[in-house]
Design a protein around this ligand. Structure first.
Ligand code: FAD
Ligand code: DLZ
Ligand code: SF4
Length: 509
């Protein structure tokens, strides 16, 4: 009979996660369970399910090597109840532990469920802080208390001071907190692009791939080729590769998009950090060391660290501060269904086709593709935020609601009315043309503003601003944009609105 039954969730695969730290392999027992409920609460991409199950199985092996006794429930094991609650109940009946220990789940829906287990199981349940994050939920709430605005930049300065990352005593290294102004270069095809390392699936991963192929064939996305790392060791190799090959140019081309280049200089490390295979602090320290050693410039290193120390922590803070109401916010009352091409990539718009096709094949798109292509289009077209939220939660290998929801609903859809972003990330085709080479290969003309053959982003952009004027014109950052609209002739404005109506009508088909 174990003293503690320790439940480790599929995104808690860190050997020193708080539920395991300080426990005793001699007296305690670990439980990991593959369950249908977690694999289907959103219609996850096949690669995401495969990554999660393969990483869980390899993690169980690692724990056994470290001397832990692990009960591992496979999806197809006889008696698998299909839910974490069911598997906990079975394990408690089987093992009769004195208490249950779990690190706080990353998603609200699961945390809500776990909070009911103590009563349901008539057993003490310890829910421990997830100290893999720099900022606890309570600390974020304290920071937010009494502030008029909750801007990421202010929070990020606090995190820099707290961790000492890129600090020279009390001042930011280089005399500035943020070097983003240097990070907006478009890329060109003559640059050498290092692809992330690809890992050959071993026997255990192959077994998972067969399972996913059989049981989740109707889910979105291509299962093969499957090249993600599934162990901390492989995730470490991916980090080494990023620091050596990509980090020096990460800043310059952070916002760029290029046909056929799916990763550019991005790290493709979010899946590993979110699952627990990489420690965010180690990732930041390695980037900082690359700057100190003269291997990477400050604009790249600061920009990279800001994404993890700033944005990643900040969106998690917002999520826990505002859930569960947050997910139902819909500032623009947008109610259009998600166009079918989001699930197929079957559209003439080259930018959307590229972002969605690579999403289907890789379960990955980089930030600007998510924000300024698929996200921007959905907001301009007035797509119901709950539908676009479900899409983002399903299609990316790194998607967990704590990070996906604020990015989708807050940053990309402005669905929270400006809690997270100071203005909507709305852009016409001009932005996409500036930051990518997609428009050259598109059926539509980015320079045509209205009518047949015009880039659909152009009329949709102005239509979005015009139809939401009552909600947006008070925003000082949008004043010049509304001035431009007001200076247009009636005919021009009418042409934009009519063209937008044609585009919107075509989405329903
Ligand atoms: P890089 O560009 O190399 O950045 C380095 C790291 O910084 C990332 O690995 C990630 O951990 C962190 N990061 C960067 N931007 C953000 C951000 N805005 N929020 C949080 N962390 C950030 N990220 C997820 O991890 N899961 C999601 O489900 C997710 N959904 C998103 C949905 C939308 C609509 C948008 C606009 C962004 C979303 N992001 C999400 C944030 C970001 O796009 C991804 O973290 C990034 O593209 C992952 O690729 P990468 O590892 O190559 O990142
Ligand atoms: C993403 C995922 C999937 C697909 N399957 C499982 C699973 O079978 N068992 C499990 O413990 N965790 C899984 N996960 C990760 C959870 O969904 C994640 O722990 C919660 O969403 C909390 O962040
Ligand atoms: Fe996208 Fe418009 Fe450019 Fe086509 S022309 S790739 S739709 S921005």
């Amino acid at each position: 009979m174990p003293e503690n039954l320790i439940l480790v969730l599929g995104d808690q695969l860190s050997a020193d996660v708080s539920s395991l730290a300080g426990r005793d392999p001699e007296r305690d027992r670990v439980l990991l369970a593959e369950v249908m409920e977690e694999a289907t609460y959103a219609p996850h991409h096949k690669k995401k399910i495969a990554f999660c199950f393969a990483a869980m199985r390899h993690f169980a092996d690692l724990l056994r090597e470290k001397g832990w006794e692990v009960d591992y429930i496979k999806l197809d094991d006889a008696g698998n109840t299909g839910s974490l609650g069911g598997e906990i109940k079975r394990a408690v009946e089987r093992l009769r532990p004195a208490r249950l220990v779990v690190t706080e789940p990353g998603e609200w829906r699961l945390q809500d469920e776990v909070q009911g287990w103590e009563q349901a199981l008539a057993l003490p349940v310890d829910i421990l802080r997830d100290d893999r994050f720099f900022c606890s939920r309570a600390e974020f709430a304290e920071w937010a208390e009494g502030r008029k605005t909750l801007r990421m930049e202010h929070f990020y300065h606090e995190m820099r001071r707290k961790t000492g990352l890129l600090m020279a005593d009390d001042d930011p290294v280089g005399g500035k907190w943020n070097f983003d102004a240097e990070n907006r270069k478009p890329a060109s095809q003559d640059l050498a692009m290092p692809s992330p390392p690809r890992f050959e699936p071993d026997g255990a991963t192959r077994e998972v791939l067969n399972l996913v192929a059989e049981r989740f064939s109707s889910h979105f996305g291509d299962l093969e080729p499957f090249w993600f790392g599934v162990t901390a060791d492989q995730a470490g190799q991916a980090l080494d590769h990023f620091i050596a090959e990509c980090l020096p140019r990460f800043g310059d081309y952070q916002d760029a998009m290029l046909t056929g280049e799916r990763f550019l200089y991005h790290s493709v490390l979010s899946l590993y950090m979110n699952a627990g295979l990489l420690d965010p602090l180690e990732v930041c320290r390695r980037a900082e060391a690359a700057y100190q050693e003269g291997h990477a410039p400050l604009n790249a290193v600061e920009g990279f660290i800001r994404q993890i120390l700033g944005w990643r922590e900040y969106v998690r803070g917002i999520y826990w501060l505002r859930m569960p109401e947050y997910r139902d916010q819909n500032f623009f009352d947008a109610d259009r269904p998600l166009p079918g091409f989001y699930w197929t990539g079957d559209t003439d718009m080259a930018c959307l086709r590229a972002a969605i096709t690579q999403t289907k094949e890789e379960a990955y798109a980089h930030h600007i593709q998510r924000l300024m292509v698929t996200g921007n289009f959905a907001m301009l077209a007035g797509i119901d935020p709950s539908e676009i939220h479900e899409w983002y939660l399903s299609v990316y290998v790194d998607a967990y609601e704590w990070v996906e929801l604020p990015n989708t609903l807050g940053m990309s859809q402005f669905g929270d009315g400006g809690l997270l972003a100071s203005k909507p990330y709305a852009a016409s085709g001009n932005y996409i043309n500036k930051m990518s080479d997609y428009c050259g290969g598109c059926t539509y003309s980015v320079n045509k503003k209205t009518g047949n053959g015009a880039c659909p982003f152009n009329p949709l952009y102005w239509d979005f601003l015009a139809r939401n004027r009552d909600k947006l014109e008070g925003n000082p950052r949008l004043a010049p944009v509304y001035k431009t609209w007001d200076r247009m002739s009636d005919d021009k404005r009418r042409a934009y609105r009519e063209s937008a109506a044609v585009v919107l009508a075509s989405l329903a088909g």
